[in-house]
Every structure is written in C-alpha cells, then in structure tokens.
Design a protein around this ligand. Structure first.
Ligand SMILES: *[C@@H]1O[C@H](CO)[C@@H](O)[C@H](O)[C@H]1NC(C)=O
Ligand SMILES: *[C@@H]1O[C@H](CO)[C@@H](O)[C@H](O)[C@H]1NC(C)=O
Ligand SMILES: *[C@@H]1O[C@H](CO)[C@@H](O)[C@H](O)[C@H]1NC(C)=O
Ligand SMILES: *[C@@H]1O[C@H](CO)[C@@H](O)[C@H](O)[C@H]1NC(C)=O
Length: 312
C-alpha cells in the first residue's frame, strides 16, 4: 500500500513540477523536525519540542513552517513529505542512531534522495545536530569526534570551492569578508566532523563539498558543506541564534553582520524551497498542519532556547 501510494504521488508530482518549472513557488512551506525533550525542563508541555528560533528564522525569510512531530509512521511522514517544500533539521542533543528524531530524519533524507533523483527538487538544511545527522546518513557510519567548541564564536575559513558554491554565491561580498575575518559564527557543539575523517570516507567525499572549516586548536573540522548533486546544506554553526536567542554566554553574537548572516542563510534555503511544488491535498489540511496551531512557551531570557514549541 505504501509502495502504491508513493508511486502514484510521484508521477503526479513529476507532472506538476514539469508544468511549473519556469515559475517559482511563492508560498513555500518548510518542515521543521521536532525532537525528544531529554531535559524535561519545568516549562515542558510535552515530550518533544522545537526551538522557536528555527521557526522565526524561516518566517523572517518568507516561508511558513509545519512542525514535523516524532513518533509517526512512515506513511504519515511520506504524506507530509509530499505536502512540504523543504526540510530543516535543527540543533539539539539526541542520539544520531536510535532517537525517534533521527529515525524520522532518515526517512525524510531517503525520500529526498529519491525525489531529487526523479527531478522533484527538495532541499534539506541541517544545523548543528542536523549537520551531524546528515553526515551520518551519507557516511553510513558515525565519524564524529570530540572538539573543544562548546561555546565559541569563530570566523569561517572558506575553501576555494566556497566561491562557486550555491549557498555562498548568493551572499553579499562584504558579508563574506566579515564572516571570514570576524568571530561571528556561534558554535555550541561537542561533536564535529573532522576534515580528516571526511577525507577517509568515500561516501561523504563524493557527496558533499566542504565550503568552510574551523579549528579548535587541535583538530580541523567542517563548519559548512553542501552536496554536489543534491540541494542539501549543512552548517555546524548556529545562524538562527544571533537574532533570536538571548542567553548571555560566550559564543553568542548579536552584531549586525551576524544577524545579516542569519538572514542570508535562511533566505537562501527559502529560495531553494521555492523550486519545489509539493502541496497539501486541501487548504484545510494545510491550515491544520501549520505551526500557527501551536503557541511557543517563554522559558526565560537565560534559557538556551528563549521560547520552545512543545508536542506530546
Ligand atoms: C511511538 O512511541 C511508542 C511508545 O514509545 C512506541 O511503542 C511506538 O512504536 C512508537 N511509534 C512509532 C511510529 O515510532
Ligand atoms: C574518526 O572517526 C572515528 C569514529 O569512526 C572516531 O573515533 C575518531 O575520533 C575520528 N577521528 C577524527 C580525527 O576525527
Ligand atoms: C577568533 O577565532 C580565532 C580562531 O579562528 C581565535 O584564535 C581567536 O582567539 C578568536 N578571537 C576572539 C576574540 O574570540
Ligand atoms: C584554513 O584552512 C586551510 C586549509 O585547510 C589551513 O591550511 C589554514 O591553516 C586554515 N586557517 C585557519 C586560520 O585556520
């Protein structure tokens, strides 16, 4: 039944994508994946959450957001996949292999591979944990290594390939220069993908090109990458924190340049989602799925996430 459904939806999608290939989808909807709430903090109103900063990030760049809940069936995820125009895998702290979040992310990753192979353009963006999930799915093994990058702002060390990348080509020149010279990208991760391990894994090397690297003083790791043949993008840093999170700790940056960098990453992702023409089966179904049906909870300006959406 699953196979029959997807085959049918697929051919329909291909026909509609071809018919509209010259225009753009001006009403893009991007899915944001929820994850287990491991801390179960006193604000929690459910066992999973999405940090509101990721929602604002996309909304500020012209997209609407659909929350993708964990612990759903493959059939439900497939139906959502064919209703949305792109996917964002946020930062967090769940198990790359065993969490419900990673299992859902993997289903979407495989659907997106298949869709893009069938010329149904579907972008995926991974931030921090999302970067790590994407690297894990492609490498088919966990290649991450511990780095001293728990709370630090860094400049991006751009590779030569970054100049012709889809992502950074869309950035203003002065902003690229500031990103290269000033410590404005926020890093809050213990695990990193070293350039050394990337180079050793043929699956990764063939799939992703490195756009920027960073260094914790001991190991060089990848901070930005994009896939060669798929609209998949991954940042180990946190563009969304600069305008939308306010915890006062090292690594947080609220400068104009950092906020502009945030906007340009989101704007790029939304422009990619505009190339996709999936849609909900009816306006009523679309209404029901949108994040507007949920209210974020204020957790305090000193919380890691100032506001969260919670789900059961
Ligand atoms: C949802 O969670 C329950 C309880 O943990 C589990 O038994 C069930 O298999 C999960 N369903 C899916 C689709 O993952
Ligand atoms: C490479 O990956 C392995 C896990 O497969 C990990 O134990 C090791 O620390 C990594 N080394 C570097 C330099 O990234
Ligand atoms: C900026 O980042 C570099 C690493 O690229 C580091 O050596 C330097 O100490 C940082 N400066 C500040 C002010 O954090
Ligand atoms: C930037 O990356 C290059 C290539 O890996 C490396 O040789 C150089 O030392 C790096 N620069 C900094 C400031 O980390």
């Amino acid at each position: 039944m699953f196979a029959a459904l997807s085959a049918c939806v697929w051919s329909e999608m291909r026909a509609s994508a071809a018919a509209t290939s010259l225009s753009l989808n001006q009403r893009p909807i991007i899915g944001v994946l929820a994850q287990e709430n491991l801390q179960r903090d006193r604000f929690a109103q459910g066992s999973s959450y999405i940090a509101a900063s990721y929602v604002k990030y996309l909304e500020a760049a012209g997209a609407r957001v659909v929350p993708i809940r964990i612990n759903r069936t493959e059939e439900e995820y497939t139906e959502i996949f064919f209703s949305i125009n792109g996917l964002l895998l946020p930062g967090g702290d769940v198990d790359l292999q065993t969490s419900q979040c990673s299992q859902a992310a993997r289903i979407f990753y495989n659907l997106a591979l298949r869709a893009n192979d069938a010329r149904d353009y579907f972008p995926i963006w991974g931030t921090c944990q999302g970067f790590q999930q994407l690297s894990f799915f492609t490498a088919k093994e966990n290649l991450l290594t511990l780095t001293d990058t728990r709370a630090v702002a860094l400049p991006l060390n751009f590779t030569r390939m970054s100049h012709s990348s889809r992502l950074f080509r869309s950035f203003p020149k002065d902003l690229l220069q500031t990103l290269a010279e000033e410590n404005i990208t926020s890093n809050f991760h213990r695990w990193s993908l070293s350039t050394q391990n990337y180079s050793r894994n043929t699956n990764l090397k063939r799939f992703y090109k490195i756009l920027s690297t960073n260094n914790d003083g001991k190991k060089e790791f990848i901070s930005t990458m994009e896939a060669y043949r798929y609209p998949f993008y991954a940042v180990q840093w946190h563009p969304e924190k600069s305008p939308f999170e306010w915890i006062d700790k090292p690594g947080m940056v609220h400068s104009t340049a950092a906020v502009r960098a945030c906007f340009h990453t989101a704007s790029f992702l939304v422009s990619e989602a505009m190339k996709n023409f999936h849609r909900f089966s009816s306006p009523a179904d679309e209404d029901k799925a949108l994040i507007y049906n949920f209210s974020p909870v204020f957790r305090g300006v000193d919380a890691v996430f100032v506001q969260n959406y919670y789900f059961d």
